[in-house]
Each structure stands twice: as structure tokens, then as C-alpha cells.
Design a binder for this molecule. Structure first.
Ligand SMILES: C[S@@+](CC[C@H](N)C(=O)[O-])C[C@H]1O[C@@H](n2cnc3c(N)ncnc32)[C@H](O)[C@@H]1O
Length: 210
């Protein structure tokens, strides 16, 4: 796929710096525009990832870290599919402020390109949907996701297909497999934002800590 311009004002593939990404989403939060665009574009990332995740989750009570939670679309889908314990983290305070109260037990403004302020082995699962894309969160975040996830916990993510190799996600995923830090459950091309011809890889991995 070529670089697709799906952003509302600034072409998303031109974003390179974290401050630009933050400002982009802070603006997109205005007047609920992000949520309205996602509805109009039939964005299926949250539905596809939560559906893949719930097929393998051992319990609906598992504590989930939603990395790059945005306006909480993944949290809404988790709740709809019966999960009840999730924390959210995102770069954009305006997106975080737009999340309905009580949906997440904890919300935090973070830069996921930095170490996550969390002990090892806290979460039963990490969801990261739409956040591995142009100029956003880079492959080392996967090391952090593994670190904060418990033994046999699940990590479920999407990666925009246009940056999958360019940013080295293919190598990071293979490295974690080679080192025995996770095993693959599923990896396939998701529909993601088919209406805009924007595709993403969907990965579901089980963390191994022995
Ligand atoms: C396409 S949105 C996806 C949001 C949500 N997961 C969803 O599926 O609707 C990408 C999200 O990544 C967040 N993001 C981008 N760079 C980030 C960073 N360095 N640290 C944390 N979040 C970041 C943005 O603020 C935005 O909410």
C-alpha cells in the first residue's frame, strides 16, 4: 500500500516528531471529530482486535493495558465483549479527556516511546490498536509491553502495513520469538480502515516468562 492520507487536515504520513503527533490528535479531538471520522470510515480495528483477543483470553477479569487508548474505542469494545478491568494510556490529553467517565479504571498521559512507569508483570494483557503507524510508537515499545505483561499474558496489536518493515516491526517481532519471550497465536491482515484502503497487520502473541 502506498502512503495514504487519511488524516483530517495534516497527512498522517508526514508526522515525524512526537510533539507533532500530540498536537495532531489534540486538534482531532475537537468537537468529537475523531470519533465521528472513525464511525464514518467504518474503522474496524477495535472490533477485530478485541474479537481476536477474547477468543484466547483466559478470563473476562484479566487486567488489560490499552496502549494508545485515544478516545477509548478499544475500551468500549472490551466492555461490550464482557471485559471489565482496563487501564488506558495515551499521548493526547484532549483525547484522554474525551473518554466517558468510569470506562477505564485508570487513565494516564504517557509517551510510549519512553519506558512505561509500571512494574514488571502487572498486566494480563496489552492491547495496542492503531498506535503503530507513521511517526507514532516505535518497535522498542513491544519490549516494554512484554515487560509489564505477566507470564502467559496476551499482547494484541495492529501495525499499519506501510510502516511494518520500514520501521523494523518485522525484525522486533521475530527477535522476541527467537529469544523465547513470546509465541505467536495469530498474525493476519486485518480490514482495519478498508473504506480508505488502509490496511494493518493484526498480531496476537502469548508472553513467556520462565
Ligand atoms: C489512530 S489513534 C488510535 C487510538 C485508539 N487506540 C483507537 O483504536 O481508536 C493513535 C493513538 O496513538 C496515540 N499516540 C501516538 N503517539 C503516541 C506516543 N508516543 N505515546 C502514546 N500514545 C501515542 C495518539 O494520541 C492516538 O490516540
Amino acid at each position: 500500500m502506498a502512503q495514504k492520507d487519511i488524516g483530517h487536515k495534516i497527512p498522517i504520513h508526514t508526522l515525524t516528531k512526537t510533539a507533532e503527533v500530540r498536537d495532531f490528535y489534540d486538534e482531532w479531538a475537537d468537537k468529537d471529530q475523531y470519533n465521528r471520522d472513525m464511525r464514518d470510515w467504518n474503522y474496524t480495528g477495535p472490533l477485530e482486535t478485541v474479537t481476536a483477543f477474547q477468543e484466547h483470553a483466559v478470563s473476562k477479569d484479566v487486567l488489560i493495558f490499552d496502549a494508545g487508548c485515544g478516545t477509548g474505542l478499544v475500551g468500549k469494545e472490551l466492555k461490550r465483549q464482557g471485559f471489565n478491568a482496563f487501564h488506558g494510556a495515551d499521548l493526547s490529553q484532549k483525547l484522554l479527556d474525551s473518554i466517558p467517565g468510569g470506562l477505564y479504571q485508570q487513565l494516564e498521559k504517557v509517551d510510549l516511546n519512553m519506558p512505561i512507569k509500571c512494574d514488571d508483570n502487572v498486566y494480563g494483557a496489552v492491547m495496542c490498536v492503531g498506535t503503530f503507524t507513521f511517526g507514532h510508537v516505535k518497535p522498542p515499545a513491544l519490549d516494554e509491553f512484554v515487560r509489564i505483561t505477566k507470564h502467559e499474558g496476551l499482547i494484541c496489536f495492529t501495525i499499519n502495513e506501510a510502516i511494518y518493515k520500514e520501521y523494523g516491526f518485522d525484525e522486533k517481532i521475530a527477535e522476541l520469538e527467537t529469544k523465547g519471550q513470546w509465541t505467536r497465536i495469530a498474525f493476519f491482515k486485518s480490514d482495519y480502515i478498508a473504506s480508505k484502503d488502509v490496511g494493518a497487520w493484526l498480531g496476537l502473541y502469548k508472553v513467556i516468562k520462565v
